[in-house]
Ligand binder design. Structure first.
Ligand code: NDP
Length: 254
Protein backbone atom coordinates (compact mmCIF):
# COMPACT_ATOMS: atom_id res chain seq x y z
CA UNK A 1 0.00 0.00 0.00
CA UNK A 2 1.47 3.41 -0.93
CA UNK A 3 2.33 5.80 1.89
CA UNK A 4 -0.63 8.06 1.13
CA UNK A 5 -0.44 9.70 4.55
CA UNK A 6 3.36 10.16 4.57
CA UNK A 7 4.42 12.88 6.99
CA UNK A 8 0.88 13.75 8.15
CA UNK A 9 0.18 13.78 11.87
CA UNK A 10 -2.72 11.74 13.29
CA UNK A 11 -3.71 12.03 16.95
CA UNK A 12 -5.82 9.21 18.37
CA UNK A 13 -7.48 9.62 21.78
CA UNK A 14 -7.71 6.34 23.68
CA UNK A 15 -5.05 5.10 21.27
CA UNK A 16 -3.44 2.59 23.62
CA UNK A 17 -6.04 -0.16 23.35
CA UNK A 18 -8.76 -1.73 21.21
CA UNK A 19 -10.12 0.34 18.31
CA UNK A 20 -7.76 3.26 18.99
CA UNK A 21 -4.69 1.00 18.85
CA UNK A 22 -5.94 -0.51 15.60
CA UNK A 23 -6.45 2.96 14.10
CA UNK A 24 -2.95 3.95 15.20
CA UNK A 25 -1.32 0.93 13.56
CA UNK A 26 -3.26 1.29 10.28
CA UNK A 27 -2.57 5.03 10.05
CA UNK A 28 1.11 4.32 10.78
CA UNK A 29 1.14 1.67 8.03
CA UNK A 30 -0.15 4.33 5.61
CA UNK A 31 2.80 6.58 6.52
CA UNK A 32 1.27 8.89 9.14
CA UNK A 33 3.10 10.25 12.18
CA UNK A 34 1.18 9.09 15.23
CA UNK A 35 0.35 10.48 18.66
CA UNK A 36 -1.69 8.30 21.01
CA UNK A 37 -3.29 9.66 24.16
CA UNK A 38 -4.96 8.04 27.16
CA UNK A 39 -4.83 7.94 30.95
CA UNK A 40 -2.75 4.79 31.56
CA UNK A 41 0.94 4.94 30.53
CA UNK A 42 1.51 1.19 29.93
CA UNK A 43 -0.81 0.57 26.95
CA UNK A 44 0.24 3.89 25.42
CA UNK A 45 3.90 2.95 25.64
CA UNK A 46 3.25 -0.42 23.97
CA UNK A 47 1.54 1.19 20.98
CA UNK A 48 4.01 4.09 20.88
CA UNK A 49 6.82 1.60 20.31
CA UNK A 50 4.89 -0.25 17.59
CA UNK A 51 4.07 2.91 15.63
CA UNK A 52 7.33 4.69 16.45
CA UNK A 53 5.30 7.72 17.49
CA UNK A 54 4.49 9.88 20.49
CA UNK A 55 2.44 9.03 23.57
CA UNK A 56 0.89 11.69 25.78
CA UNK A 57 -1.04 11.03 28.97
CA UNK A 58 -4.31 12.92 29.09
CA UNK A 59 -7.71 12.56 30.73
CA UNK A 60 -10.16 13.80 28.11
CA UNK A 61 -12.69 14.85 30.75
CA UNK A 62 -10.34 17.72 31.64
CA UNK A 63 -10.26 20.42 28.95
CA UNK A 64 -6.99 21.89 30.21
CA UNK A 65 -5.29 18.50 29.98
CA UNK A 66 -6.51 18.19 26.39
CA UNK A 67 -5.07 21.58 25.44
CA UNK A 68 -1.74 20.72 27.09
CA UNK A 69 -1.62 17.25 25.54
CA UNK A 70 -2.38 18.54 22.04
CA UNK A 71 0.42 21.11 22.43
CA UNK A 72 2.81 18.30 23.42
CA UNK A 73 1.63 16.30 20.41
CA UNK A 74 2.31 19.27 18.10
CA UNK A 75 5.77 19.69 19.61
CA UNK A 76 6.52 16.03 18.81
CA UNK A 77 4.84 15.60 15.42
CA UNK A 78 3.73 18.99 14.07
CA UNK A 79 0.20 20.26 13.36
CA UNK A 80 -2.65 17.79 13.93
CA UNK A 81 -4.07 17.01 10.49
CA UNK A 82 -6.14 13.98 11.52
CA UNK A 83 -7.96 13.73 14.83
CA UNK A 84 -9.56 10.44 15.82
CA UNK A 85 -11.89 11.04 18.77
CA UNK A 86 -12.02 7.51 20.10
CA UNK A 87 -11.66 7.57 23.91
CA UNK A 88 -14.86 6.37 25.52
CA UNK A 89 -16.38 4.39 28.34
CA UNK A 90 -19.48 2.24 28.75
CA UNK A 91 -21.54 1.42 31.83
CA UNK A 92 -24.79 -0.49 32.24
CA UNK A 93 -27.73 -0.24 34.62
CA UNK A 94 -31.49 -0.52 34.47
CA UNK A 95 -32.75 3.03 33.97
CA UNK A 96 -34.53 3.23 37.34
CA UNK A 97 -31.25 2.42 39.08
CA UNK A 98 -29.00 4.54 36.84
CA UNK A 99 -26.99 6.92 38.99
CA UNK A 100 -26.75 10.58 38.03
CA UNK A 101 -22.93 10.30 38.52
CA UNK A 102 -22.84 7.53 35.95
CA UNK A 103 -24.82 9.67 33.46
CA UNK A 104 -22.41 12.59 34.07
CA UNK A 105 -19.33 10.39 33.63
CA UNK A 106 -20.56 8.93 30.36
CA UNK A 107 -21.62 12.28 28.89
CA UNK A 108 -18.35 13.92 29.99
CA UNK A 109 -16.14 11.20 28.48
CA UNK A 110 -18.06 10.30 25.33
CA UNK A 111 -19.62 13.61 24.32
CA UNK A 112 -18.28 16.72 26.09
CA UNK A 113 -14.70 15.51 25.57
CA UNK A 114 -15.42 15.14 21.85
CA UNK A 115 -16.43 18.81 21.78
CA UNK A 116 -13.27 19.81 23.67
CA UNK A 117 -10.93 17.67 21.52
CA UNK A 118 -12.47 18.94 18.28
CA UNK A 119 -12.07 22.56 19.40
CA UNK A 120 -8.48 21.97 20.57
CA UNK A 121 -7.44 20.66 17.13
CA UNK A 122 -9.73 22.77 14.94
CA UNK A 123 -7.31 25.47 13.79
CA UNK A 124 -4.74 22.83 12.73
CA UNK A 125 -7.42 20.74 11.00
CA UNK A 126 -8.64 23.76 9.03
CA UNK A 127 -5.14 24.78 7.97
CA UNK A 128 -4.42 21.34 6.52
CA UNK A 129 -5.11 20.70 2.84
CA UNK A 130 -6.93 17.53 3.89
CA UNK A 131 -7.98 17.81 7.53
CA UNK A 132 -9.79 14.79 8.96
CA UNK A 133 -11.97 14.64 12.07
CA UNK A 134 -13.35 11.20 12.85
CA UNK A 135 -15.55 10.30 15.79
CA UNK A 136 -15.80 6.72 17.01
CA UNK A 137 -19.54 6.47 17.59
CA UNK A 138 -21.53 3.22 17.79
CA UNK A 139 -24.62 1.32 16.66
CA UNK A 140 -25.89 2.87 19.89
CA UNK A 141 -25.76 6.17 17.94
CA UNK A 142 -28.53 4.86 15.72
CA UNK A 143 -30.89 3.06 18.08
CA UNK A 144 -31.71 2.70 21.74
CA UNK A 145 -29.90 0.24 23.98
CA UNK A 146 -31.63 -1.29 27.02
CA UNK A 147 -29.61 -0.74 30.24
CA UNK A 148 -27.37 1.82 28.54
CA UNK A 149 -29.57 4.92 28.09
CA UNK A 150 -26.67 7.22 29.02
CA UNK A 151 -24.27 5.52 26.61
CA UNK A 152 -26.79 5.60 23.75
CA UNK A 153 -27.61 9.26 24.49
CA UNK A 154 -23.91 10.18 24.42
CA UNK A 155 -23.34 8.32 21.15
CA UNK A 156 -26.47 9.80 19.52
CA UNK A 157 -25.12 13.22 20.54
CA UNK A 158 -21.81 12.46 18.86
CA UNK A 159 -23.57 12.07 15.50
CA UNK A 160 -25.33 15.41 15.98
CA UNK A 161 -21.95 17.02 16.62
CA UNK A 162 -20.37 15.21 13.64
CA UNK A 163 -23.13 16.14 11.19
CA UNK A 164 -23.22 19.77 12.33
CA UNK A 165 -19.46 20.18 11.91
CA UNK A 166 -19.51 18.43 8.53
CA UNK A 167 -22.18 20.88 7.36
CA UNK A 168 -20.50 23.91 8.92
CA UNK A 169 -17.09 23.20 7.33
CA UNK A 170 -18.29 21.65 4.07
CA UNK A 171 -16.64 24.37 1.97
CA UNK A 172 -13.23 23.80 3.59
CA UNK A 173 -10.69 20.96 3.18
CA UNK A 174 -11.83 19.43 6.48
CA UNK A 175 -14.10 16.39 6.46
CA UNK A 176 -15.95 15.19 9.55
CA UNK A 177 -17.23 11.62 9.77
CA UNK A 178 -18.08 8.89 12.25
CA UNK A 179 -17.70 5.14 12.39
CA UNK A 180 -20.49 3.21 14.12
CA UNK A 181 -19.26 -0.22 15.23
CA UNK A 182 -21.39 -3.04 16.61
CA UNK A 183 -19.97 -5.06 19.51
CA UNK A 184 -16.20 -5.23 18.94
CA UNK A 185 -13.63 -7.65 20.29
CA UNK A 186 -11.93 -5.17 22.67
CA UNK A 187 -11.41 -4.66 26.42
CA UNK A 188 -14.65 -2.60 26.52
CA UNK A 189 -16.67 -5.62 25.42
CA UNK A 190 -14.86 -7.80 27.97
CA UNK A 191 -16.04 -5.34 30.65
CA UNK A 192 -19.60 -5.41 29.23
CA UNK A 193 -19.57 -9.22 29.44
CA UNK A 194 -18.56 -9.05 33.11
CA UNK A 195 -21.31 -6.47 33.87
CA UNK A 196 -24.05 -8.40 32.04
CA UNK A 197 -23.00 -11.54 33.89
CA UNK A 198 -23.22 -9.65 37.20
CA UNK A 199 -26.60 -7.99 36.45
CA UNK A 200 -28.28 -11.13 35.09
CA UNK A 201 -26.53 -13.81 37.17
CA UNK A 202 -25.61 -15.67 33.95
CA UNK A 203 -22.18 -17.23 33.46
CA UNK A 204 -19.54 -15.13 31.66
CA UNK A 205 -19.71 -17.58 28.73
CA UNK A 206 -23.49 -17.12 28.41
CA UNK A 207 -23.13 -13.34 28.77
CA UNK A 208 -20.46 -13.27 26.05
CA UNK A 209 -22.58 -15.27 23.63
CA UNK A 210 -25.63 -13.05 24.39
CA UNK A 211 -23.56 -9.96 23.54
CA UNK A 212 -21.98 -11.60 20.48
CA UNK A 213 -25.44 -12.51 19.19
CA UNK A 214 -26.53 -8.88 19.40
CA UNK A 215 -24.45 -8.46 16.22
CA UNK A 216 -26.48 -9.80 13.28
CA UNK A 217 -23.39 -11.68 12.11
CA UNK A 218 -23.28 -13.66 15.37
CA UNK A 219 -19.62 -12.74 15.82
CA UNK A 220 -17.79 -9.82 17.38
CA UNK A 221 -16.52 -7.12 15.03
CA UNK A 222 -12.76 -7.30 14.42
CA UNK A 223 -11.09 -4.02 15.57
CA UNK A 224 -8.79 -4.36 12.56
CA UNK A 225 -11.68 -3.58 10.19
CA UNK A 226 -12.48 -0.42 12.10
CA UNK A 227 -8.86 0.75 12.02
CA UNK A 228 -8.82 0.09 8.28
CA UNK A 229 -11.99 2.16 7.76
CA UNK A 230 -10.63 5.04 9.86
CA UNK A 231 -7.42 5.01 7.81
CA UNK A 232 -9.47 4.95 4.60
CA UNK A 233 -11.52 7.96 5.69
CA UNK A 234 -8.21 9.77 6.28
CA UNK A 235 -6.90 9.23 2.74
CA UNK A 236 -6.77 12.27 0.45
CA UNK A 237 -8.97 10.28 -1.97
CA UNK A 238 -11.77 10.26 0.64
CA UNK A 239 -12.20 14.04 0.52
CA UNK A 240 -15.83 13.81 -0.63
CA UNK A 241 -16.89 11.48 2.17
CA UNK A 242 -18.23 14.07 4.60
CA UNK A 243 -20.94 13.82 7.25
CA UNK A 244 -21.08 10.03 6.97
CA UNK A 245 -21.90 7.64 9.82
CA UNK A 246 -20.27 4.45 8.58
CA UNK A 247 -21.74 1.34 10.20
CA UNK A 248 -19.31 -1.52 10.87
CA UNK A 249 -21.59 -3.93 12.64
CA UNK A 250 -21.85 -7.16 10.66
CA UNK A 251 -25.23 -6.13 9.26
CA UNK A 252 -26.95 -5.29 12.55
CA UNK A 253 -28.34 -1.99 11.33
CA UNK A 254 -29.17 -3.26 7.82
P1 NDP B 1 -11.22 0.23 25.08
O1 NDP B 1 -11.73 0.20 26.47
O2 NDP B 1 -10.13 -0.67 24.68
O3 NDP B 1 -10.80 1.71 24.67
C1 NDP B 1 -11.24 2.87 25.30
C2 NDP B 1 -10.05 3.80 25.37
O4 NDP B 1 -10.48 5.07 25.85
C3 NDP B 1 -8.96 3.28 26.30
O5 NDP B 1 -7.73 3.30 25.63
C4 NDP B 1 -8.98 4.25 27.45
O6 NDP B 1 -7.67 4.46 27.94
C5 NDP B 1 -9.55 5.53 26.81
N1 NDP B 1 -10.25 6.37 27.77
C6 NDP B 1 -11.36 6.08 28.48
N2 NDP B 1 -11.68 7.10 29.28
C7 NDP B 1 -10.74 8.05 29.07
C8 NDP B 1 -10.52 9.34 29.62
N3 NDP B 1 -11.31 9.87 30.57
N4 NDP B 1 -9.47 10.06 29.17
C9 NDP B 1 -8.65 9.55 28.23
N5 NDP B 1 -8.80 8.33 27.67
C10 NDP B 1 -9.84 7.61 28.10
O7 NDP B 1 -12.50 -0.07 24.18
P2 NDP B 1 -12.80 0.16 22.63
O8 NDP B 1 -11.56 0.19 21.83
O9 NDP B 1 -13.85 -0.79 22.30
O10 NDP B 1 -13.47 1.62 22.65
C11 NDP B 1 -13.06 2.68 21.83
C12 NDP B 1 -14.27 3.47 21.39
O11 NDP B 1 -15.12 2.61 20.62
C13 NDP B 1 -15.15 3.99 22.52
O12 NDP B 1 -15.54 5.31 22.24
C14 NDP B 1 -16.36 3.08 22.49
O13 NDP B 1 -17.52 3.70 22.99
C15 NDP B 1 -16.45 2.79 21.01
N6 NDP B 1 -17.20 1.59 20.69
C16 NDP B 1 -16.85 0.37 21.22
C17 NDP B 1 -17.62 -0.74 20.92
C18 NDP B 1 -17.29 -2.09 21.49
O14 NDP B 1 -18.11 -3.02 21.33
N7 NDP B 1 -16.14 -2.30 22.12
C19 NDP B 1 -18.79 -0.66 20.04
C20 NDP B 1 -19.04 0.66 19.51
C21 NDP B 1 -18.28 1.72 19.84
P3 NDP B 1 -7.36 4.76 29.50
O15 NDP B 1 -8.31 3.91 30.30
O16 NDP B 1 -5.94 4.40 29.67
O17 NDP B 1 -7.60 6.21 29.66
Amino acid sequence: MPNWLEGRHALITGGGTGIGASAATHLHAAGAKITVTGRRPEPLETIRKIVNGAAVQCDVTDREQIVRAFDQARAANGPIEMLIVNAGIAESAPFHKMKRESWDRIIATNLTAAFDCAQAALSDLLKSDSGRLIFVASVASLRGVPYAAHYAASKHGLLGLMRSLAAEYAKTNLTVNAVCPGYVDTPMTDQSVARVSEITGRSEGDARSAITNMNASGRLVDPDGIGTMIMTLCLPQSRDINGAAVTIDGGTSA
